[in-house]
Design a protein around this ligand. Structure first.
Ligand code: NZQ
Ligand code: ZN
Length: 386
């Protein structure tokens, strides 16, 4: 096992009816800015519940944070926080709203052009306005980690940042808040959480059986629950609860402690979202099967372990078993209604050069746990994903 620090300060309030706990979770004297995405928080009634729970605290609302939140919109919220003197931020939404709030919280105290936060991947964040979250879409893990991803629409760049200062103080996870999600967002959530787990698990062995078996448990849970979410005539509380907790556990630092991590699928996927607006999880479903096949040599031992323990593949030569494990992964994404090839999104070979050029422009030239995914390798992965 590798050396590691593990410290996660986010308080999780999980279960039905927990939005009311905001009354206790938000500091009593706080002047609160609630931040939401488009119309969903209002339409579903969650925003009204949040306002009620805040009771007599002074509060206002900023709405309009887009999916794949933009730097431009985030900076408008920064202005409102500064001019209104808000000292607590409350994200109500999915990963996009929570990510934006992390960035806004840091940018409020940042002197100079706040895009520098993204250019330095958050290393230059010295402090942040305290914030909490009410999660309405289980997928990203943003509710219990310190990372975020922001898109500069003008520059066409989607960059990630993280900082010890950008953990939520708390997150409310009420599985019933997922009942209004359309099927494609549920599918996105399952696939995003699945790929987060794979990024930290399917690398090379370092004798970390606790992390491995936690990861395998998350993957098996998603495989079990995922398809049921799409076919159930009515939402089933336990399935929603298990999806929500699986997605949080997939990216709160626990399974990634002391093990090598890959993240190349995410970095290539971010470029596809920035260039073509494809949903985050869908970009991962395009890249991952092709990447696993390209890296089947360096990932050999873990691919065999994954095939056996997660998919029950125990027969055939090593190569046949690895091929079968990758195919089962692709098939799972497809069963979740998510196409796994660029052609499924109307894209052809002509985009590959641009994606690779953007990876180079963003310094993504030595990706993966072995840092061997050069632009030439990324190109091969994308060609295999056509
Ligand atoms: O904008 P509104 O109207 O709220 O609608 C949203 C949005 O259109 C809707 N939605 C959310 N909760 C709902 C709901 N609709 C009905 N009922 C509800 N309860 O869902 C749509 C998508 O929301 P979004 O927040 O964009 O989705 P997601 O949670 O998948 O977040 C994606 C973003 O997170 C980043 C991605 O790159 C992407 O920008 N990621 C963040 C990570 C992190 N912080 O650790 C890691 C991930 O790998 C990922 O990169
Ligand atoms: Zn992701």
């Amino acid at each position: 096992m590798l050396n590691f620090d593990f410290h996660n300060p986010t308080h999780i309030a999980f279960g039905k009816g927990r939005v009311a706990d905001l009354a206790k979770l938000v500091p009593a004297e706080a002047k609160v800015l609630i931040l939401v995405g488009g119309a969903s928080a209002e339409k579903t009634g969650t925003l009204a519940e949040v306002r009620t729970a805040l009771g007599g605290r002074t509060h206002a609302t900023f709405s309009g944070i887009e999916p794949n939140p933009s730097f431009e919109t985030s900076m408008k919220a920064v202005e409102q926080v500064r001019s209104g003197g808000f000292d607590f931020l409350l994200a109500v939404g999915g990963g996009s709203v929570i990510d934006a709030v992390k960035f806004i919280a840091a940018a409020v105290h940042f002197e100079g052009d706040a895009w520098a936060i993204l250019e330095k991947r958050g290393r230059n964040i010295a402090r942040a306005v305290p914030f909490g979250a009410v999660l309405t879409l289980p997928a990203t893990g943003s509710e219990m980690n310190n990372g975020g991803v922001i898109t500069h629409r003008g520059k066409g760049a989607k960059l990630a940042f993280s900082s010890v200062h950008t953990y939520p103080k708390f997150s409310v996870l009420d599985p019933t808040k997922t009942y209004t999600l359309p099927p494609q967002q549920l599918a996105n959530g399952v696939v995003d959480a699945f790929v987060h787990t794979v990024e930290q698990y399917l690398t090379y062995p370092v004798n970390a059986p606790v992390q491995d078996r936690f990861a395998e448990g998350i993957l098996q849970t998603l495989i079990e629950v995922g398809p049921r979410l799409l076919t159930a005539p009515e939402p089933v509380y336990d399935d929603r609860a298990n999806l929500m907790w699986a997605a949080t556990m997939a990216l709160n630092g626990l399974i990634g402690a002391g093990v090598p991590q890959d993240w190349a699928t995410h970095m290539i996927g971010h470029e596809l979202t920035a260039l073509h607006g494809i949903d985050h999880a869908r970009t991962l479903a395009i890249v991952l099967p092709a990447l696993l096949n390209e890296r089947r040599g360096p990932k050999r031992e873990k691919l065999l372990q994954y095939g056996e323990r997660v998919w029950g593949i125990t027969t055939g030569t090593d190569d046949e078993r690895i091929t079968a494990a990758i195919e089962r992964t692709r098939d799972f994404f497809e069963r979740m209604g998510i196409p796994t090839r660029l052609s499924g999104y109307g894209l052809g070979a002509d985009t590959i050069g641009t994606v690779v050029a953007q990876l180079e422009a963003h310094g993504m030239v030595q990706l993966g746990e072995q840092r061997e995914i050069t632009p030439a390798v990324s190109r091969r992965i994308l060609e295999a994903a056509l």
